[in-house]
Ligand binder design. Structure first.
Ligand code: GCV
Length: 710
């Protein structure tokens, strides 16, 4: 008995010492590398700290799960860094003068009279300042232990942003159960579309021996309410399901678990054949069903809280059920049935299309593929299958309309796939905040049966009362100190998490929160950085792909440089159809590909008539002459010229805006970001000149302001 106590005391001492050292190091030698992202917890000024003078000095915790312990440690760490005070974790059970952490049911055993204004759903939490038997307490109660962790992060975020806790009484609930990220990491350590260094999970075909960064990533994810992470590329290597590899993956799940992040894997549908030794992967062959069942059972032995699988099939060269004349529902269901007894889910991606389309056929249209493939299967998928739909019908271009498939599944679970990775939006070298773009798509009203049915409600399963659904973000954090290769790009990871938690939040609020947490609350910094972030998507669009023509990037190469000609004369279907007379894809029902007919009737009326179609999506839906006059009163060609010049000017203005912050933020991040903005300004000119000259050569129509073709 004595020895157990001694060991416990020693462990306790060691953990306090570690914490002390971590905090001391962070405070003393603060070099701003961006690693801490929005979890910096900087020491508050004496004035700011005053608001938290009456913060209780003890922690009382009900329960001892991994997530609760993590919550407690995070709270101690955050308060120590911001206030320089060590909260006492002395095992007390009295909630007086304490920060109380626990589930609502545990709290009620102690204090039956306390109730939040609404019933808490899974992962939801309640922050409440109250008096218990005359002394102050601060309650962090939740529906489950993970919710307590989220509540602690919310509390610390408020302190870091200077919000008072004195009278707090706030319930927060997630909008949907699925709030996941997909990493596209390859087992050799490279990341598909990765711009922030090599994988934090894999190296040389193995799970990395040091998973410290993976644990830190899970902490970042948990702090914004993300509860799942798929660790490998959707272009999945079958080897990920080898017995020896699953055991290794279990180590990643172990570092995720304390943060409430469920691990999942992308799988190759041909695995039963290519690595399982069967002669087929036909989803309707009973041997294949049995293979998946055994494989899944094995995974759960190593990872009891495994989340499930992501499937990319019949897409960009990946094998799929079409090999055997089977449907995506056949394929998804066979895996879903193996996962079902364990509570796992299958995300089946709707990104299924033919990349060998005949570009000469004006009726061909890649944008139609997702709806054509999945709408006829509505109702055929098992309840633990989720159809994962990219926000737009093509592929994460700078502007696309919301995919009509969101409105085309009434008896099937769905989730939206947003790309945090800036593949087509500047690859984290250009400032481009995607939060305003995501807000537009999430708020887009599909008007199903003439009712308000915004995309955010469809994916959350609220319209058709689906059991599961939500939000998936494709992320590409890597070993770079600042995770994404750019400190400013982290606003997109933060913004994705915040929108997945609550898509009602405004872009302004999210960006301001992120700025305060990342750079502090100096009013000039908050105003300037927020304004830059909020204008950046619009600016990037204006010098890369205005009027819905798509990002005119080099699509057969790096997806970064201008390359408008690369879109045409190939089977990939990212066509803009520019010729000597006009530009744009005719997707109308009347004369075009018929894509517009995939939307509910009211939405069709918005896009089909040329004179109603919004300017910013005109070229996505219509082929028009360069001389066509927009709602703005400008011709298409003049708009393209003006937009590119204006965009490049505004990108250059970022430099001056940033320079006003000299001396207001640390030198490391100031210089790093300044260099990036200077690079972006140069690139914007390259884009401007490339696109303006290209379209001038094609159309032969001069710029009214005589800037082009000189
Ligand atoms: C993982 C685009 C990207 C590919 C990506 C694919 C997908 O085509 O360029 O890198 O592959 O989308 O989402 O599956």
């Amino acid at each position: 008995m004595t020895s157990i106590r001694t060991i416990r005391a020693a462990l306790r001492f060691a953990s306090v010492l570690t914490l002390f050292c971590t905090v001391a190091l962070a405070q003393l030698s603060r070099i701003e590398t961006g690693t801490e992202a929005w979890l910096r917890y900087p020491a508050l000024t004496a004035q700011a700290a005053q608001s938290y003078q009456s913060l209780p000095s003890h922690i009382v915790m009900f329960g001892d799960s991994g997530s609760l312990k993590t919550a407690e440690q995070e709270l101690v760490r955050g308060v120590a860094q911001m206030l320089g005070e060590t909260l006492q974790e002395d095992g007390r059970s009295s909630p007086q003068n304490a920060i109380v952490l626990g589930t609502l049911s545990q709290l009620h055993v102690m204090v039956p009279a306390l109730h939040p204004a609404q019933e808490l759903r899974s992962d939801g939490y309640w922050l409440k300042a109250t008096k218990i038997h005359g002394s102050r307490s601060l309650i962090v109660a939740a529906a489950n232990d993970r919710g307590v962790l989220y509540g602690v992060f919310a509390l610390l975020s408020k302190m870091a942003r200077g919000e008072s806790l004195a009278h707090i009484d706030e319930v927060q609930q997630p909008y949907a159960p699925v709030r996941w990220v997909n990493q596209w990491d390859n087992l050799d350590g490279r990341i598909e579309r990765g711009y922030g260094g090599p994988s934090i999970f894999f190296s040389d075909g193995k799970v990395r021996s040091d998973l410290m960064r993976a644990g830190e990533y899970a902490r970042l994810l948990a702090s914004i309410g993300i509860n799942g992470c798929t660790i490998n590329n959707v272009n999945a290597a079958p080897g990920v399901l080898e017995d020896s590899f699953i055991a290794q993956v279990g180590r990643i799940a172990d570092v995720f678990r304390p943060w409430g992040v469920q691990l999942s894997l992308s799988v190759d549908l041909s695995s039963p054949k290519v690595m399982g030794g069967l002669e087929t992967f036909d989803p309707l062959d009973p041997r294949v069903g049995e293979w998946w069942r055994k494989k899944v059972d094995e995974i759960y032995q190593h990872i009891p809280d495994f989340g499930g699988f992501v499937v990319k099939a019949d897409s960009e060269g990946r094998l799929g059920p079409s090999t055997y004349g089977r449907t995506p529902a056949d394929a998804a269901n066979v895996i879903a049935r193996a996962l079902k007894p364990h509570g796992g889910v299958v995300f089946y991606r709707a990104f299924v299309y033919n990349h060998h389309l005949d570009w000469n056929d004006l009726k061909n249209d890649r944008a139609k593929a997702a709806y054509d493939n999945f709408h006829p299967l509505d109702g055929a998928f098992d309840d633990n299958v989720i159809i994962q739909i990219k926000n737009g019908p093509i592929d994460f271009q700078v502007r696309e309309p919301a995919s009509p498939l969101f409105a085309g599944l009434h008896r099937t679970n769905e989730s939206i796939e947003l790309q945090i990775t800036q593949e087509y939006t500047g690859q984290q070298r250009h400032l481009c905040s995607l939060v305003p773009m995501w807000k537009e798509v999430l708020n887009f009203d599909m008007r199903i049966n003439g009712n308000a049915t915004p995309v955010k409600d469809l994916v959350a399963g609220r319209v058709f009362h689906r059991p599961v659904g939500g939000f998936v973000g494709v992320a590409n954090v890597g070993m770079d100190a600042d995770w994404l290769g750019s400190p400013l790009a982290m606003a997109n990871l933060y913004g994705f998490g915040r929108l997945a938690w609550d898509p009602q939040l405004s872009a302004e609020r999210i960006v301001e929160e992120w700025t305060r947490l990342t750079f502090g609350s100096d009013p000039l910094v908050v105003k300037t950085v927020s304004a830059m972030q909020l204008s950046s998507w619009n600016i990037y669009e204006s010098y890369t792909g205005p009027l819905g023509a798509g990002t005119l990037t080099n699509i057969t190469g790096n997806h970064f440089d201008p390359g408008p000609e690369s879109s045409e004369e190939n089977g990939w279907g990212q066509w803009h159809r520019a010729d000597h007379v006009g530009i744009g894809m005719d997707r109308t029902v009347a004369t075009g590909t018929g894509y517009i007919g995939q939307y509910p009737a009211e939405v069709q009326k918005l896009f089909e008539p040329l004179n109603r179609c919004p300017d910013n999506l005109l070229l996505f839906f219509h082929h028009v002459p360069y001389t066509y006059v927009l709602h703005s009163g400008k011709t298409v060609i003049q708009h393209v010229y003006d937009s590119h010049y204006d965009g490049a000017d505004r990108a250059r203005d970022f430099i001056a805006q940033w320079q006003t912050l000299s001396g207001h933020i640390d030198q490391e991040r100031y210089s790093d970001i300044l260099a990036r903005l200077q690079y972006q300004a140069g690139e914007a000119v390259v884009w401007r000149d490339a696109i303006c000259n290209w379209i001038y050569r094609l159309s032969g129509i001069p710029d009214a302001k005589s800037r082009v073709g000189k």
